[in-house]
Write a protein that binds this ligand. Structure first.
Ligand code: GDP
Ligand code: MN
Length: 368
């Protein structure tokens, strides 16, 4: 069983190897939201069960949510060695100083595990193995004895890395070998393991686990349910985006839009207790979704505070240059504060859901 990079990384992280924060996206909209949430330059990486993505254009960088949107659009659907890309990993971009290679696999000939490591890691590792095999350190741990931290440090030392890195790289090798054993792996590999100003980070992860042993790794099986972050995005055929807090309210708002003769483009339930960030995230998704002409934001403040919603709206409108109209129905907890924030930003709002829905539909028709 081969695991995707993002899954492998999750396992590595659980076992003490550093990775950067990242999330899986299935659409450019989702990728842009993740990038805006991370609020840093990101790397967008095709998630396919093969290596060589870097050389095939499956790894791209983005400095902002808009770029994350467009590079994801380029990567999704791409064919990498016969694998169609259906999802990407959007991850904080590592500030790489050096790229190392650490791989553990079974040496069939020696009939035992082998650790291979090099200080020249990265996308050219195959050429290195062919042209400069001496630059790859090989070590067979004794499968019947415990693998000791000093053995791992000895490998790091032989790699020829600077002395300050011997101990941290040894530590990663030691942890990776223990992951290899713990999960009955056929391969556990980090290429590249990168040194950054913030320390060593696994910038890639390859994990292949013996199929017959999956039954005893419940955590691996459970992990196959992909993690998603934030809000769910449902595509429909129309041009009005409906955002509400709570499933009932969102669906009612949708019905209301239809009743008034409009067609929803998508609906997003931001849930109860939505923060300023979630509002910002939800709005960024729909504003980046091209069919949307009008956004109908229907919020009834309960746990969600109207002033948080208002702040999220103002923040989005400050950051977006697309000309999309927003109709806001805002009532409930802290409504006066919320309405005041909107008024100060010159954003109109409604109190009645019905009137707001009607206004959204009219506005949309007037744009046709
Ligand atoms: P692979 O080609 O399928 O093995 O994909 P990798 O995940 O190994 O990425 C390929 C190359 O992209 C790496 O060797 C790095 O040079 C580069 N890369 C990947 N992630 C990052 C990152 O976070 N920051 C930077 N600067 N480069 C990265
Ligand atoms: Mn790699």
């Amino acid at each position: 069983m081969k695991f995707f990079e993002h899954e492998g990384k999750e396992i590595f992280k659980k076992n003490g190897i550093n990775i950067l924060e990242g999330y899986v996206a299935y659409s450019p909209e989702e990728a842009s939201v993740i990038a805006s949430e991370l609020d840093k330059p990101v790397v967008v990486k095709a998630q396919v069960l093969t290596g060589g993505r870097g050389k095939s254009g499956g790894v791209k960088f983005a400095d902002n949510p808009g770029e994350a949107f467009s590079v994801t659009e380029e990567i999704l659907g791409m064919d990498i060695k016969g694998n169609t890309v259906k999802r990407v990993l959007v991850e904080e971009k590592a500030d790489i100083i050096n790229e190392f290679y650490v791989s553990i696999t079974i040496d069939r000939e020696a009939k035992r595990p082998i650790i291979m490591a090099s200080k020249e890691g990265g996308v050219n590792i195959e050429d290195l193995a062919k042209n400069h095999p001496e630059k790859i350190i090989k070590y067979h741990p004794n499968p019947l004895a415990e693998f000791l931290p000093f053995e791992a440090r000895e490998i790091a030392r032989k790699m020829g890395v600077s002395s300050d890195l011997i101990s941290p790289i040894g530590d990663v090798i030691w942890k990776l070998y223990n992951i290899f054993l713990k999960y009955d792996a056929e391969t556990a590999e980090i290429n590249p393991l990168v040194s950054t100003p913030d320390g060593l980070i696994a910038a890639d992860a390859k994990l292949v686990v013996e199929n017959d042993s999956l039954f005893r790794h419940e955590d691996l099986v459970a992990m196959l349910k992909y993690k998603k972050k934030g809000v769910d995005f449902v595509k429909l055929d129309g041009d009005i985006a409906v955002i509400g807090n709570g499933a009932g309210l969102t669906l009612t708002a949708m019905d209301m839009v239809k009743l008034k003769g409009g067609e929803p483009a998508t609906f997003l339930d931001i849930g109860g207790g939505a923060s300023e960030d979630i509002i910002y995230q939800a709005l960024s998704i729909v504003l980046n979704y091209k069919p949307v002409k009008v956004v109908f934001l229907n919020v009834l403040g309960g746990i969600t505070r109207a002033d948080d919603v208002a702040k999220g709206v103002v923040k989005v409108l400050d950051n977006i240059d697309r000309d999309v109209k927003i109709v806001i129905r805002l009532t409930g907890t802290h409504e006066e504060e919320g309405q005041k924030i909107l008024e100060e930003a010159g954003i109109p709002y409604e109190i009645s859901m019905e009137e707001a829905a009607e206004k959204a539909v009219e506005l949309c028709k007037s744009l046709e």
